[in-house]
Design a protein around this ligand. Structure first.
Ligand code: ATP
Length: 530
């Protein structure tokens, strides 16, 4: 909830109206309210509205009220909450909350449900994960980190559509959603007025509605406080039916693996929830150190419990305190009552600078910049321990005797035992001979391969030429223009040796051809004479 001063030029205005006056008058808006009042005439009418009106003289004195009159619309009402509202509280362990909420939504698919959570990151986490798990009803989310125009769009959608809206306390006051069937308070409200405003989102005017408040075992004091309110809040404590509950921690784990960005959202939800508990003023209800933190992290699907500085500091301090001297303890060995308080106070003072934004905003908002410390954390310097003993590594030989490392260099007396130069020389010679022999063998092998290759090539060439000659003999009997017979074609000319051979082949072929021709001519002549 934020208050924005648009213009304070109102000296002629006669009436000041403050809706949700108890909230507007609390410390968070002091600067803005004082600025507005300073611009208004002293003689004016001041109207304050709220379902949980402040009667604090201190608050009212700030407004310079003269003879204030308290008017209650429900003065005759026996209950502080709407008459048609059915209210129940359920004890649910922290690690079962999400599974319980999931099961609740799955069994109320035709209801319009408004779910309240403590922080923006929790809203984001539940909205993103449940959306991916597809419960069978439209889901929406609303929180203080959203722009006003987006918030208005979500508001309109939720007014019109049967759906589930996950929200922070940004929707706990002043918003008039029609026909909300259920208000689910997944996280315990900070105080009784917040409870009344939250449940007031249903059963409005003449309509009916139901609300359920999830309480951790450590938060049951809130139930007793609600019962003690006057006029009464008719709320009943019921046992959760865990048999009908569908556990979703496994599904959430799978989602986090599939969508790694969700892991960061889950970590944010985890941390901001713990921070919100730590920040609560009512320590009778909210006790951070009673929470099953590891189980809570696992229930969000996180594989490991994220580190939370203020819890670690507390745990560390507890461990250290166990080692303190008896002088700090009472005679019976117990710790003085003030000790724990002191520890917590000093811890809170130290953490507040680092963990909480010093904003006037009432909603617990997860400003990452506010979480970061202003000073850069100093990098841990690497220290080299020069006094560390060196050379203590033990080596064993084949027989299991200990060989000190670098013994040959460090201790000349044992050099002979460890390294024998004559043997080394002998070994080198042997290796050298072997290398030479292998080299020789390699050369021979290489030459042999070359020879084989060349022979193969020659053979191939010879075969081609022979084939070519055969072709010439069969089909190329024409003479050239000069009368000489055509030369056989030479396709490959890569080798001198091959050239000579081809010449022989060609000459032979030519001579046979002429002889045949002569023989043919003689036969013709003989046949003519005969
Ligand atoms: N006399 C009336 N006749 C018909 N409808 C009414 C009447 N009074 C209130 N309503 C309806 O009841 C609903 C709640 O009214 P309104 O928002 O003014 O309540 P409110 O006290 O300001 O609530 P809150 O501050 O808790 O949000 C509205 O939808 C409004 O139209």
């Amino acid at each position: 909830m934020k208050l924005q001063i648009l213009s304070v030029q109102s000296c002629r205005r006669q009436i000041l109206v403050l809706d949700e006056a108890d909230r507007i008058l609390d410390a968070g808006f002091k600067y803005e309210v004082d600025a507005i009042i300073s611009q208004l005439p002293k003689h004016r009418q001041t109207l304050l509205f709220s379902a949980t009106q402040t009667k604090s003289v201190k608050d009212l004195a700030r407004l310079s009220l003269k003879d204030p009159e308290y008017i209650s619309v429900h003065a005759e009402s026996v209950t502080a909450t709407p008459e048609r509202l059915k209210q129940i509280a359920m004890e649910v362990p922290l690690d079962q909350k999400l599974s319980m909420l999931w099961s609740f939504i799955k069994s109320h698919l035709r209801s319009k449900i408004l779910v309240f959570l403590s922080t923006c990151k929790q809203v984001k986490f539940v909205y993103e994960t449940f959306k991916k798990l597809r419960p069978g009803i439209p889901l929406k989310c609303l929180h203080g980190r959203m722009k006003q125009i987006v918030r208005m769009a979500i508001y309109s959608q939720f007014c019109e559509e049967t759906s589930v809206l996950f929200s922070t306390d940004v929707a706990s006051r002043g918003l008039d959603f029609p026909a909300v069937d259920w208000v689910v308070q997944l996280d315990c409200p900070e105080d009784i007025p917040t409870y009344i405003h939250r449940v007031g989102r249903t059963a409005r005017f003449a309509s009916e509605g139901k609300s359920v408040l999830f309480l951790l075992p450590s938060e049951l004091e809130m139930f007793r406080k609600l019962q003690a309110v006057e006029p009464k809040i008719p709320i009943q404590l019921r046992k959760a039916n865990t048999q009908r509950m569908q556990s979703i921690s496994g599904l959430l784990s799978s989602l986090l693996v599939k969508f790694p960005t969700l892991t960061e959202v889950a970590k944010g939800a985890f941390k901001t929830y713990l921070r919100s508990i730590k920040k609560q003023k009512d320590k009778e209800v909210f006790d951070l150190f009673k929470l099953p933190i590891d189980d809570f992290a696992a229930s969000l699907g996180l594989p490991m419990t994220p580190k939370v500085r203020f819890i670690q500091q507390k745990t560390k301090k507890n461990t250290e305190s166990e080692e303190t001297t008896d002088s700090e303890n009472n005679e019976d060995g117990s710790r003085p009552a003030s000790y724990e308080k002191q520890q917590l106070e000093s811890l809170e003072e130290a953490e507040d600078d680092v963990l909480f934004p010093k904003e006037s905003s009432v909603e617990i908002e997860d400003n990452p910049a506010a979480v970061l410390p202003l000073k850069k954390p100093k990098k841990k310097k690497l220290k080299i321990n020069v006094l560390r003993p060196i050379g203590t590594r033990i080596k064993y030989d084949d027989e299991g005797n200990i060989i000190p490392p670098l013994a040959a260099l460090a201790d000349a007396q044992h050099v002979d035992v460890l390294v024998r130069p004559d043997k080394v020389k002998e070994r080198y010679e042997k290796l050298k001979e072997e290398m030479k022999q292998r080299d020789k063998e390699d050369k021979v092998l290489h030459r042999q391969r070359l020879r084989e290759k060349r022979t193969k090539e020659k053979m191939k060439l010879k075969r081609w030429r022979e084939e070519d000659e055969e072709d010439d003999v069969g089909f190329d009997m024409d003479e050239t223009e000069s009368g000489a017979p055509k030369k056989s074609k030479l396709y490959f000319n890569s080798d001198d040796d091959a050239d000579e051979k081809s010449e022989d082949v060609r000459l032979k072929t030519d001579s046979v051809s002429i002889a045949e021709q002569e023989e043919l001519a003689l036969r013709l002549l003989n046949s003519m004479h005969s």
